[in-house]
Design a protein around this ligand. Structure first.
Ligand SMILES: [Zn+2]
Length: 291
């Protein structure tokens, strides 16, 4: 097992009523912490990198580390490119070895979103085992290169969702349902659970065709997570919380041991903190023991 695309593991999740955690990484150390947590919990895993960290760390380096870790791990692991707005970069990273690519053309008009998404789907299916994620409607907030203000955010229309999935052949699908990137400004964000359940019903009633993705996991309460799982969420993206954890764990460690100058210990502190956050998410998503 070990190296898998996102469709294989999210389809199982959708059937089983749980979700696979998809955790954004910005450093190799963080990536190792995420993998350690999933191994501890015996959970299937999706490692995600947005475009900027992919470019900064170099996709070939990320893939080499991913394959090394995945080949040693007793769990299935997918490597996902998050929110990429460039068709050609999606294709390139499928060639390099990412196993799920998200083409985010959600800011384009409907027909153009379909055209770009289909182009990535056709290429990835012809040239690799990678699966492809598409998005319809827009998720507010900032995720790497994609910025959407709250008044620009548009929820996903269920009829259009069915057309989008049919015409693009996309493997997994992210409908905008009111979750947001970044940190929620309110304790009870307006999430349209019914819309999510309706889209799931329309796409996956007879059998699981196209597992659904929830963006903006950071800050959602346990109750919201549970309701989103019931509405069909099979992949949960968690990004901001991991960035905060990395920065806070680094800051706290160095503040407490200002004179130590031992980089390995800073890395261990970060990795421990990441492991604990990811472990908590895996428990909430119900995917512990599912690998
Ligand atoms: Zn997202």
């Amino acid at each position: 097992m070990s190296i898998v695309n996102a469709l294989e593991i999210t389809r199982e999740a959708a059937k089983g009523g749980y979700a696979v955690g998809a955790f954004n990484i910005t450093s190799i150390n963080q990536m190792e912490g995420v993998v350690e947590a999933a191994i501890e919990k015996k959970a299937p895993l999706i490692i995600q990198a947005s475009v900027t960290p992919s470019q900064f760390l170099k996709p070939e380096v990320i893939v080499a580390v991913y394959r090394t870790l995945a080949n040693q791990a007793p769990i299935p692991i997918c490597l996902h490119l998050d929110h990429c707005t460039e068709v050609d970069y999606c294709k390139h990273l499928a060639d390099v070895g990412y196993t799920n690519l998200m083409i985010d053309a959600s800011k384009q008009v409907f027909e153009e979103n379909i055209r770009q998404t289909k182009e990535v789907v056709d290429y990835c299916h012809a040239h690799s085992d990678a699966s492809v994620e598409g998005e319809l409607g827009t998720v507010s907030g900032v995720e790497d290169q994609v910025k959407v203000s709250e008044d620009e955010a548009a929820l996903c229309n269920p009829e259009q969702a069915v057309k989008f999935v049919e015409r693009t052949g996309v493997d997994i699908f992210a409908p905008a349902i009111g979750t947001a990137h970044g940190v929620y400004k309110t304790k009870n964000p307006k999430v349209d659970f019914e819309r999510m359940a309706q889209i799931n019903q329309m796409l996956n009633a007879d059998r699981i065709n196209t597992p659904l993705v929830v963006h903006g996991g950071t800050g959602l309460s346990e109750e919201y997570v549970k309701r989103l799982l019931e509405a069909g969420g099979a992949k949960f993206n968690v990004s901001t919380e991991l960035k905060y954890t990395l920065i806070d764990a680094t800051f706290n460690y160095i503040s407490a041991k200002r004179e130590e100058y031992n980089p390995g210990k800073v890395d261990i502190a970060v990795r421990d903190a990441i492991r604990s956050v990811v472990g908590r998410w895996i428990d909430m998503l119900g995917c512990a023991g599912k690998a």
